[in-house]
Design a protein around this ligand. Structure first.
Ligand SMILES: C[S@@+](CC[C@H](N)C(=O)[O-])C[C@H]1O[C@@H](n2cnc3c(N)ncnc32)[C@H](O)[C@@H]1O
Length: 273
């Protein structure tokens, strides 16, 4: 994902693990200590793809990010939008190494991405001190993943949104934040915003845009719905993308087979291996 970003982490002794079939989000690995830093997960390849698509039609002057963690989304955006001023805020509350995540971000920013600035603080209480380059054309909301906090983040950032503005909300599908998404799109419609769900992204990212008609049409064409008969595990058109379902529902056949074999061997008294 964007070699300059990967190399910048590598220079400091870190590798970005972009996920695997059992973990979709990204992590940061300390190569010397041979361990993953205890920080909140970073954006996925499909999110980077989405931002690359947005960049083709929309070039904001300033970008704001709620939730920096170890800086991956901050630098992916800095690389995709080299002319934009980028401000991020993180409360340093998720993971025991998240303070290191901020330090790493500042070190990489100083060397490679002078357009990036990170403030330690809480959204929405500390947004006034972090929003030094308002108004923002692109706002990435990826802080605390609760319905209440998503509403607070949106309301907190609205005064700092540019006339043409794209909000990108991360983890809406994965973290069951569709109720807030629906509330936000309803409240934002009279302000000229239009919502698009990007259900194909690994964590269910949603985009809310107030922009020219060609940009809205473009986002509409990129979008895919969370509901519908063809969603995995959905039984009806109305059912959401992440319904409650039996624990084995998302397991692969090989995973189920290995569990059944283990149980069988235990029953017949063989070693469980
Ligand atoms: C999922 S991580 C962000 C990942 C990052 N956007 C990326 O893709 O690389 C969420 C981060 O939000 C921070 N956070 C949680 N609640 C917050 C709040 N109210 N204000 C600011 N940051 C918050 C956590 O400390 C955590 O580091």
């Amino acid at each position: 994902m964007l070699p300059k970003v990967m190399r910048a982490y590598h220079e400091l002794g870190y590798t970005i693990d972009l996920g695997n079939p059992t973990r979709v989000y990204s992590m940061i690995v300390d190569e010397k200590a041979h361990k993953t830093l205890n920080v909140s997960g970073g954006m996925t390849i499909s999110d980077a793809f989405l931002f690359m698509q947005i960049e083709r039609v929309f070039k904001p002057e300033s970008i704001f990010i709620i939730g920096n963690s170890f800086g991956l989304s901050t630098f992916v955006l800095a690389e995709l939008f080299p002319n934009a001023k980028i401000d991020a805020i993180d409360a340093e509350i998720e993971g025991i190494n998240v303070g290191m995540g901020t330090q790493i971000t500042r070190q990489i920013a100083a060397k490679h991405f002078p357009n990036v600035q990170v403030t330690v603080g809480f959204s929405p209480q500390d947004l006034a001190k972090a929003t030094t380059h308002a108004p923002y054309g692109l706002i990435f909301v990826d802080g605390m993943h609760t319905n209440e906090q998503m509403l607070l983040d949106y309301a907190g950032m609205l005064p700092y949104a540019a006339q043409e503005c794209v909000f990108v909300f991360h983890d809406v599908g994965f973290a069951h934040m569709l109720p807030s998404w629906e509330k936000i799109t309803a409240e934002a419609a009279p302000l000229g915003f239009c919502g698009s769900t990007m259900a194909y992204t690994q964590l269910g990212t949603c985009v809310l845009a107030r922009a020219s008609q060609p940009v809205l049409d473009y986002l509409g064409a990129l979008s895919s719905p969370f509901v519908g008969a063809y969603r995995t595990g959905a039984k009806s058109d109305e059912e959401g993308a992440y319904p409650k379902r039996p624990f084995f529902w998302d397991m692969s056949f090989s995973h189920i087979e290995s569990i059944v074999r283990r149980k069988f061997r235990r029953i017949v008294g063989l070693s469980a291996k």
